[in-house]
Design a binder for this molecule. Structure first.
Ligand code: ZN
Length: 88
């Protein structure tokens, strides 16, 4: 099952490490990571603008993107160890 139903746009610029981590995350986590980022400038939740990038730092997945409204940079840290898959 590699078909994602129109959920999250394909990661565009992930490092190899980041891509491996990304692949282990449940779809819901990925969706929230990309679609519910916090823009400090707009003080609102926004979806990362297309073209966001990802890399791994200290075992954590970092998503770097920008706000589609104001263009402010947004960094999201995804702790893969807390992103547990559903138990059933
Ligand atoms: Zn913004």
């Amino acid at each position: 099952m590699v078909q994602f139903r129109n959920s999250v746009s394909d990661p565009e610029r992930l490092s190899l490490e980041a891509a491996l981590l990304w692949a282990t995350l449940p779809g819901g986590v990925k969706q929230r990571a990309v679609n519910q980022a916090w823009c400090r400038n707009c003080r609102d939740r926004v979806a990362l603008a297309p073209g966001w990038a990802g890399r791994v730092e200290a075992g954590k997945l970092l998503l770097e993107g920008s706000c589609p409204r104001c263009g402010s940079p947004i960094t999201r840290i995804i702790d893969a160890t807390t992103a547990e898959p559903p138990s059933s």
